[in-house]
Design a protein around this ligand. Sequence first.
Ligand code: BES
Ligand code: ZN
Length: 637
Amino acid sequence: MTDPTSQANYTEIATEHVLFKWTIDFANQIIAGTATHDLRISKNDVGEVIFDTADLDIESVEVEGKSASYEVKPKHPIMGSALHINLPSGLKSGSLIKATIKYQTTKECTALQWLAKEQTQGKSFPYLFSQCQPIYARAMAPVQDSPSVKIKYSAEVISVLPALMSAIRQSPPSDGPAHDGKVIGKDAVTYVYHQPIPIPSYLIAIAAGNVVYRPFPRHPGKEWTCGIWSEPELIEAAYWEFSEDTARFLASAEEIVVPYRFGVYDLLVLPPSFPYGGMENACLTFLTPTLLAGDRTLVDVIAHELTHSWFGNGVTHANASHFWLNEGWTTYIERLLLQVIHTPADRGFSFIIGYKGLQDDLEMYVDRPKYQRLVIDFEKGEDPDDAYSGVPYDKGANLILHLERTIGGLDVFLPYVRDYVSTFMGKSITTQEWKSHLYGYYEKHGGAGKIKALDSIDWDAWFYGEGLQLPVKMEYDSSLAESAYKLAERWDSSRAVEISKLSFHESDLDNFSSTQKVVFLERLQSYKPLPSSHVEHLASLYKVSSTHNAEIRLRFYQFCLADPSSPVALKYAAQAADWVIGGGTGMVVGRMKFCRDVFRAVYKVDKDLAVNAFQKEKNAFHPIARKLIEKDLKLLS
Ligand code: BES
Ligand code: ZN
């Protein structure tokens, strides 16, 4: 049972530490350098070490300081090219061996996005950032690219712009002068990083650009530090948005689980083409700038990413089939944090929003029901990005919530959560291992009654069930949703009424939080689409089409486009497409949750409009987003 997305022979020999010596070449848009692996042998006489690579130029290989023979195998479309390196004979299990690969990245690199200066906030310097999850680390460096392999790393990165990595900075100091006081964009500075805690390869990350740092106030009694990085133009706004909550959330998570181990928890706000809302890179969470709503309403993404410090970065899924262990658990704990820091109603509200997304995604997969499953039986070489959806998040979080309730509530559940995390911290596990530990724990702490409760859970239905329903009908605290539901219902029952006789008012939304506005717009979509006249009336009354809150804007466009053949759909399809391609600025809305959903909705209204808009700004999207949008628009199979 090895990783279906990797060609590495990590069960025979595996990296324990890797040293990267890199030069970032902005002019040629490549990273060039070496990766030196310290490999632990676990099989006598292992003859070779196999690394994953994708579109790398391999220049030479040394084993134990001596030139070694190697072969780069033909490229598999998803898994890339296996790099086989011959090892000396007679190697003993338990011993260590060193292999150095000299290489550079290429133009085809899917892990890196190189931005022109026009695509940044400051417009003065280029920018580089990586996204390695799920299987793109191999496009940045030769690695055994499976979450079952956990490695420490060190890095020495030469760059003319400040360089950040998912590790502890050794030099120059983060809070010292930017770029070590040298000329930004011109002088080369060596940035040294060290990650002393073994992490899966998908958490290796780099960013380089004109970025500055502002530390958050120290949290009383805590050793760890938090702070924020962004371009100088955004640092004020970014600091304001997150400085209140980050350390508070991290401290609360420590109360629920166990102490934070990584020492530093920093945030980096990226340019808008960053393809995710957030990415939990070790020590340095990457964030989309669309979170800077100016009202601190999108901090749940921070709660989510920092929770990965335990679920994912600490206890890791063994491979793509068990991805839900990362995201389902993280989503469950993220929502528990909302309950602790805010109110139980906030937790329920988040489950309600997640449930709508889950419903949509389950429907999206009606023709590929295997991706409706929580535990997915991937074939060797299948693309995990094809399965990426709300299923592991929300089916997963609902399973854990159901478990919490079945076992008797938080008082008996949280001690188990701590035991689970402590038991598997630093390891990579499968769903089976998770379940065995669960049973083991409650056998010891509860006995027959608890085991009976566990046995009442239809595990097969949760793990392998397909279709649009959860195995259990879940109840959530809906108090925060009621007003949104009521307003949506009023609109629904007004569909036959003439516009001039409608009694809606601009102020209807005055007391709504932005999340309640989201739920209102989503609820409207659960009814038959409203007539175009009503949609237009709603749009002009509530002014949602020009909002800066991307969450609201997305739902508004989805609402307008709900009936693809209506006049209002045609009108707003053009606006929606223009929004995600950045309206000619080159600053695309690259977060896939927004741009993929918009492109998919526009495609249903007018295929050509969607395809033409995408083609116009195709190169401004991150390579991963580009690939997935091409699949959504049927430009790629
Ligand atoms: N780890 C994920 C992002 C990811 C998953 C990237 C799989 C590549 C492959 C991250 O923690 C995440 O879930 N981000 C969400 C945030 C949200 C659920 C709060 C996102 O980007 O939307
Ligand atoms: Zn996540």
